[in-house]
Structure formats: structure tokens, C-alpha cells
Design a protein around this ligand. Structure first.
Ligand SMILES: [Zn+2]
Length: 448
């Protein structure tokens, strides 16, 4: 279907001079506020006319009743918010003369939902702007960049209804499963005894190719339920990952550790929880603090920050020695506890000991993951916390989790994000627009 569209522009400029800047800005405003949406509306009207003409003259497709005859019924004005401004068209309705069924040819042709009021490309712009800053700031930001004033409440509703935060389903066993939680201010609900302290929980995988795979973001969801979501459709006994890395809580380790081959025990928690088991053993406050300090100093081993390719054999040797030394010291520490009769604390450390140095072993064996990925993940968690904090108003649980999913999806996998939108927008090269000529119109009096 081809048409030539003529655009008449009245240009009135001062003869006493004007700035190039003013001309540029006035031209931009004209196209952004009226020009683009106007052209889109006109093209749609031309398409609609052709579609309806074909159906009314019996050249279109058959109705399900077998009739080929349609008659014009009515038309209703419709508005669509788009990133090129508000597009105004009318839905022309036709009626089958055989069975009376009605159809809106243009809507079917464009594949638009009955109550759709915006384009998907605008939803993409809004999702991207909003996941970078607060709703309040972003809705004014959208107004400033022109064309699309989208109020905060509307943007919120769109995001809530969008499925752009969907996560890819994976069934392979990852190299590493990473999980962490971060606090944010959620919307309190006194009646339901919900305070404003929410916790957002994130799960990411690192696959065998070193790719980071976002697995989910949750709020108000237990680690057990997160574990089953992360395990997904894998076979019952298939691990999600070889190694679980977390600096999170016991609940996290218990729920997700079962899904992983090896778990890395969080050092901070190991030291922190020693206080409680020593207390159960009746150790005094002062002694508990002293033993905690001793343990912390013993188990902390710094991993090299470089990639393993650049690490010398001697460095690896040194790391292995440091690990063995730490493990040996820990053995002696446990023996000391036993000698003092602190049985609960000793048992606790005997259990923890198995998982305390997994990250060192693993790093020595593969040289991958720990330093590089954990610094990436730390950066991402910091970024997430920063953005969630900036989003000024209190979030609902699902709203915050949804926004976090959009953020981690964009942060970890720009490709996955763009692919989703490419499919959603159906950009298949079916529309081509070319400017033929731009020239001065011939005044009617001088024409033939
Ligand atoms: Zn019919």
C-alpha cells in the first residue's frame, strides 16, 4: 500500500533577524507536538479507508458466516499515547450483512487490544526512564523531553500491568547461584500490621559460560518459596548451581543451600551467630566477644583481585597455604572450645567449617567467579539499593519487586531486554517512510 503525503507548513519568520537556535527549537516543537502524531494519524486513516473499501466492495476476507458483504456501521474517535505524541484516529466499524457480526478492520489489522490506550514503544520508554529514577521525577522528565506527559499514577499502572519483567526459564545447572537481600521503604499498612521496612530479595545465576542470568526479585516472599521458584522445572535432584554464594541470613542458606552442590558459608554470619551458641554454653559476655574477634581474624582470607590467568603459581601456593593455615587454626580453636566445655559452640563450628573456605578451593580450582562476579554483583546490589532509595514514595511489595526485576534484567542482560521488546514491538521491516522532496509550495494564484 503506497501513498504520497503532502505536509503544508506555514513558516512566518521575522525579517529583522532571528536566531538559528530559535528556528531549530520551533521546528522541533512543531514536529514533536503535531507533526509526527499528525502524520501517523493520516497514514492510519489511509490504511483504514483501503481496508474498509475492500470489505464493503466484497474484495476483503470472508466473515465466519461465509458472507463476503459488509456495510458501514459507525465510527468512534480513539486516542493513543505514543512517544511521538497523542495519535488521534477513529475506529470505523463494519457490519456483516449476512449475520450482523461487527468488526473494526483497522484494529484487527494493527493487532491492537480492545482497551489499549498506548503503544508498546511508549511503555518501553516509560519502563526505562522509571527504572532509572523515581516516578515523580520521571513523569516530569517525560514531560520535559516533550511529546508524552505521563502522570505518575499512569506510569505506575502501566508498569504494574506490564509483563516486561518476565524472567527467562532455565533448566541448566549454573556455576554459581547468588542471593542477597536489601532493605527498602515499602508502603505501610497499619490495619494489616505491615510496617514500612520491606526487604527485597534477589537471586542471580552465573551459567557455565560466565553469563549472569537474572532469576528473580521478590518482596514479602519466604526464602523457601524463592528456592522453589528458582529451582523451577528442573528435575527434583538436579542442583540449580555448583556453588551458592551469599552473605545473607540463615534462612537463605537453609533454603537455597539445598539446591547447590557446595555452599559458601557467610563469614559475617558465622562470627555473628557464634555469640548466640556461646551464650547457650553459658560463656560470659566478655569472653564471647573475645572469641568472636579471634574467629573473625582467623577465617578472613583475601582473594586476589586479578583474573587467575595473571596470577603466578607462587601466589596460588601462598593462597593454599593461607587456607590450610586458617583451617588448622580453626581446628585448634574448636579444640579449645571443647576443652572449656563449650559443646554447642564447638558443634556449631564443626558444621560451619565444611563451608567456610569453599570459595578459596573453588577459586584455586577454576580461577573463575568469585572475585570478578562477586564484584559485579556487589555493584548491582549497590545500584539497586540506590535506585530503590531514590524512588521517593513507599512501594507496594509487588511494585518494588517488579521494578527490581526490570532493573536487574537491564543491568545483567541488555540483550534479553532488547529481544523482549523487539518481539513485542513486532519490528519486522513492514513500514518504510521516505521523505521525497522538501520544497516551497507553489502559491495557488501562480499555479496553472
Ligand atoms: Zn457474517
Amino acid at each position: 500500500m503506497q501513498n504520497i503525503i503532502t505536509l503544508d507548513i506555514l513558516s512566518a519568520v521575522s525579517e529583522n533577524g532571528f536566531s538559528l537556535d530559535e528556528l531549530v527549537l520551533a521546528t522541533k516543537t512543531l514536529f514533536e507536538q503535531e507533526g509526527m502524531a499528525g502524520v501517523i494519524g493520516l497514514i492510519l486513516r489511509l490504511v483504514d479507508e483501503k481496508l474498509c473499501m475492500d470489505l464493503v466492495s466484497g474484495k476483503g476476507s470472508l466473515c465466519s458466516c461465509g458472507s463476503r458483504r459488509y456495510a458501514y456501521l459507525d465510527q468512534r474517535p480513539r486516542r493513543f499515547r505514543t512517544s511521538a505524541g497523542t495519535v488521534r484516529i477513529s475506529w470505523r466499524r463494519l457490519e456483516c450483512t449476512g449475520c450482523g457480526a461487527t468488526t473494526i478492520p483497522l484494529r484487527d489489522f494493527l493487532g491492537i487490544e480492545p482497551y489499549q490506550s498506548k503503544t508498546a514503544e511508549l511503555e518501553k520508554v516509560v519502563a526505562e526512564v522509571v527504572s532509572e529514577q523515581s516516578y515523580r521525577r520521571s513523569s516530569s522528565h517525560l514531560e520535559i523531553i516533550g511529546q508524552i506527559p505521563v502522570p505518575k499514577s499512569t506510569a505506575h499502572r502501566w508498569i504494574a500491568a506490564s509483563d516486561c519483567d518476565g524472567m527467562q526459564e532455565r533448566t541448566d545447572t549454573f556455576d554459581v547461584l547468588f542471593a542477597d537481600g536489601t532493605g527498602y521503604k515499602r508502603r505501610p499498612d497499619e490495619a494489616a500490621h505491615i510496617n514500612n521496612r520491606g526487604e527485597l530479595r534477589i537471586a542471580l545465576g552465573v551459567d557455565k559460560c560466565g553469563q549472569i542470568v537474572p532469576l528473580g526479585a521478590f518482596s514479602g516472599v519466604s526464602w523457601d518459596r524463592i528456592a522453589s521458584a528458582v529451582h523451577g522445572t528442573r528435575k527434583e535432584d538436579q542442583p540449580v548451581a555448583d556453588l551458592l554464594v551469599s552473605d545473607g541470613e540463615q534462612g537463605l542458606c537453609d533454603a537455597l543451600g539445598r539446591l547447590c552442590g557446595v555452599r559458601q558459608r557467610c563469614h559475617w554470619h558465622t562470627v555473628h551467630d557464634l555469640n548466640h551458641v556461646l551464650w547457650q554454653d553459658d560463656a560470659g559476655k566478655k569472653e564471647r566477644v573475645g572469641l568472636q574477634k579471634e574467629l573473625a581474624a582467623m577465617i578472613g582470607i583475601e582473594l586476589p583481585q586479578d583474573d587467575i590467568e595473571r596470577i603466578q603459581e607462587a601466589d596460588k601456593e601462598a593462597l593454599l597455604t593461607a587456607k590450610n593455615h586458617a583451617d588448622h587454626e580453626l581446628g585448634r580453636f574448636i579444640q579449645t572450645l571443647l576443652n572449656k566445655g563449650y559443646q554447642i559452640a564447638a558443634d556449631y563450628l564443626i558444621r560451619a567449617r565444611r563451608h567456610l573456605f569453599s570459595y578459596v578451593d573453588r577459586w584455586l580450582a577454576t580461577g573463575i567467579v568469585s572475585p570478578r562476579v562477586s564484584s559485579f554483583i556487589e555493584r548491582m546490589m549497590r545500584e539497586l539499593a540506590r535506585r530503590l532509595k531514590r524512588m521517593a514514595f513507599g512501594w507496594s511489595e509487588e511494585g518494588a519487586a517488579k521494578m527490581a526485576r526490570i532493573i536487574i534484567k537491564r543491568f545483567t542482560s541488555v540483550n534479553q531486554w532488547e529481544t523482549y521488546w523487539k518481539n513485542r514491538l513486532r519490528l519486522n521491516g513492514n513500514v518504510m517512510l521516505i521523505i521525497g522532496t522538501i520544497r516551497k509550495a507553489v502559491p495557488p494564484t501562480l499555479g496553472r
